[in-house]
Every structure is written in C-alpha cells, then in structure tokens.
Write a protein that binds this ligand. Sequence first.
Ligand SMILES: Nc1ncnc2c1ncn2[C@@H]1O[C@H](COP(=O)(O)OP(=O)(O)OP(=O)(O)O)[C@@H](O)[C@H]1O
Ligand SMILES: [Mg+2]
Length: 258
Amino acid sequence: MKALMSVRGLTRRFGGLAALEDVNLEVPDGGVHAIIGPNGAGKTTMLNVLTGVYAPSEGKISFGEADLTGQPSHVFARHGIGRTFQTPQIFFNMSALENVMVGLHRHESQALVPAMLRLPRMAASERDSLEAAVGHMRAVGLGAYLGADSSTLPYGALKRLEVARALASRPRLLLLDEPAAGLNPSEAMELAELIREIAGGGITVVLVEHNMRLVMSISETIFVLDQGRRLAAGTPSQVRDDPLVIKAYLGAEDDDDA
Ligand SMILES: Nc1ncnc2c1ncn2[C@@H]1O[C@H](COP(=O)(O)OP(=O)(O)OP(=O)(O)O)[C@@H](O)[C@H]1O
Ligand SMILES: [Mg+2]
C-alpha cells in the first residue's frame, strides 16, 4: 500500500496535556478513511496538525514525497490538502457563492482572500471563478442556493457549503471534521453518497465522525484514537470486532448522535 499522507511519532502538547502522543498514521492513496474516538480523543487536533494549523510538538508529517513538518497551513493547502471544520467556518458577510470562491484562492495566504475577491485586477478571471464556484455548489447539491446569502442557509447546507469550498481548492486529500453532526438520518445518508462521489472522483477522504452507521458504511479503513493514542486500526469489521474498541468506545457511544 502506498501512503498518500503519513505521520510518524506524532505528539502534540497543549501545556502539560498531550492531545496526541506518539501516533503513527498512514492515509492510503484513494478511498474513504475514518478517524474515530470518544470526545476529547484528539481527532480535531489530528486534523489541525494534518493541515498545518498546529505544528507537531514531535514527529514528522509526509505528504507524498514532501516533508511538511512545521510548514504553515497555506503550504499544506498548496500541496492539495483541503478540509472542513467541526463548526462550519463561513464568512457570513459574503454570499454562498463567494464563500466557495474563497476556496478557489485557497493556495494564497488566507487572510488576503476576502480582500482579493474585491480587487479590480480580479475582474478578468471573475467570470471563470464564478462558473467554477457554481459547478462546485451544484456538485454538493446546493444548486438551489446559488443566489443566496450565506446567512440564510440551513445548517446542513452550511456544512455542504464548506465541502464545496474545500473542493474548489482542488484537493488531493480532503479532511472532514464531523460532517454529519447535526444532520438527521436521511441527510446523513445523502452525505454518505456525496462523500462516496468525491472519493470516486479520485480525492482521498479522511472522515472524523461520531456517526458509526455512516463511518461503517463508507470507510475502507478506520483509525481509532483514544486519549491521544492509537487504540486500533483496520477495516470496519476488524475495528468493530476489536475488544479494546468495544470496551473503550463503541460499547459506550454507539449511535450517540447519529
Ligand atoms: N488549542 C488548544 N488548547 C488547549 N487544549 C486543546 C486545544 N485543542 C485541543 N485541546 C485539548 O486536546 C484534547 C483533544 O481535543 P480534540 O478537540 O482534538 O478532541 P476531539 O477528539 O476532536 O473531540 P470531539 O469529539 O469532542 O470533537 C482535549 O483535551 C482538548 O481540550
Ligand atoms: Mg473534534
């Protein structure tokens, strides 16, 4: 198996607390791969480290041939690593479409992007950007919101809007932090279909999620974190049958917020 992304000996401390401790993780190239674990296990910290938001305290991060250890997040983005957030990060002063257009410029330093969208020199390429953004909104099922103010979108649509923005940056690897949280069961199943389509299009997906039905139905591999450490890893059936996982996690939390 060829890894797209790999981390070795990853530790991330916050003061005295090790949110991640000596974790080795390999994300295969292609498919959907889940990271699960109880609340506070370190899942979001892992995504933050895998996107350059936090530097590791120790350990190494490789993406393909590149060593990204210690690089800032826009360098991770430039290498083709996109993400969504546990709490959607939407610019509510911008339209839904403009939020997606931000993703088209994800490779630049993010602080500049809202200003850049309004600069006259962007005008020539604005039409192309607009068309691309419309395409990404349709791809995630938001065709009905093309003219909408982002502040008018229901919660489920905001989560899809973030996916559209991440897709606009044309990632090779897409990291999703609890995309199904707050969705009802039928919305969650529609989301599963969207994630399958994204992976089918050649983008490797890493999914952090508490909804076990979703995780089990679409993941090729599952990595289980518990208190910052790797508890188990394998195929859905290997993980489901692992006594450590059952004891520490599934037994207590199965379907807790599905
Ligand atoms: N910026 C930070 N500063 C201090 N502590 C942090 C920070 N980010 C995370 N932590 C701590 O690290 C631990 C892991 O948090 P993290 O958010 O990664 O967990 P999680 O697995 O995503 O949990 P959840 O399922 O609730 O989202 C927690 O104890 C949390 O309080
Ligand atoms: Mg989290």
